[in-house]
Design a protein. Structure first.
Length: 278
């Protein structure tokens, strides 16, 4: 009895271990999160609010912001539909090639975004595999918005599916089978049974997909062509401004991206809190 009580009582060693890990976590957050964020905003306002406002209202900056939002608005719904369909197929049905499908979903995490961009250039550029046919039909993909959307879809493909698959696996198929046995059709079962059960995981996956779509640089940099006012997203605009030694302007645009990231983080934590509360 005394051994059990002694084993369940926190020791001085465990307290020191907990303190050390908390200290390490705080130092890590300070070095790699808080200090960089403070630096971004301090550099953005270094030359005053007027310079900051001028930087973010510049026509090229506004074009980059608009293009980033357009790409996110296109990519997130498309990957959401794919993620739901893939997760439904993998968790609710048995079929040959299931493991292959799971591997393909994970592929964007294994392939460098720059390599993915190069692949799309080889496929869709005027001298690529499909380029001559696209050119004959007046379709331009590389160095235009469609190429940016395709590249972003590829790098953000796994996020929704990866969040939904474990959720659907843990729920099993009992509720769907019960609904079908009571006469509900496939779509009615999905909207009234499956979707309410996965809504928090779905929202979480969409938030992650949106965050990656907004911040994607590597693949978009390869396929965009860096055309000012046309194919520059916010990350590309930041790079161009920084390389041109327009530091205040580059940090001003970066501060907007940081604000978007903070909003995304708040929404993500709220979704996690609601999911845990349920």
């Amino acid at each position: 009895m005394s051994e059990k009580t002694a084993g369940s009582t926190p020791t001085a060693g465990s307290k020191w271990t907990r303190f050390i890990f908390i200290f390490i976590a705080i130092i890590y957050l300070l070095l790699f999160l808080f200090i960089p964020l403070i630096t971004i905003f301090s550099k953005a306002f270094e030359r005053g609010a007027e310079v900051y406002i001028a930087a973010i209202t510049d026509k090229d900056a506004l074009s980059a912001i608009r293009l980033t939002i357009i790409v996110a608005l296109l990519v997130v719904p498309l990957n959401t539909v794919f993620g739901i369909a893939a997760a439904w197929l993998i968790t609710k049905f048995r079929f040959k090639g299931k493991q292959l499908l799971l591997t393909l979903i994970e592929l964007p995490f294994a392939v460098s975004p720059v390599i993915a961009g190069l692949v799309f250039v080889l496929l869709f550029s005027p001298r690529g595999v499909l380029g001559p046919w696209l050119l004959d039909h007046g379709i331009k993909i590389i160095f235009s918005v469609p190429g940016i959307v395709i590249a972003t879809i590829f790098v953000t493909l796994p996020f929704v599916a990866r969040e939904l698959i474990p959720v659907m696996q843990s729920q099993g198929t009992g509720e769907e089978e019960a609904a079908l046995s009571l006469g509900a059709g496939g779509w009615k079962t999905f909207f009234l049974v499956t979707l309410p059960n996965i809504k928090w995981g779905l929202l979480y996956g969409m938030i992650l997909c949106n965050a990656r779509a907004i911040g994607e640089f590597g693949a978009v940099s390869v396929v965009s062509g860096h055309i000012r006012g046309t194919t520059n997203t916010m990350p590309l605009q930041i790079e161009i401004l920084y390389n041109e030694y327009q530091f205040s302007a580059s940090f001003a645009v970066a501060s907007l991206m940081s604000l978007l990231a903070l909003v995304t983080l708040v929404i993500k934590n709220w979704i996690e809190w609601r999911a845990e509360k349920r």
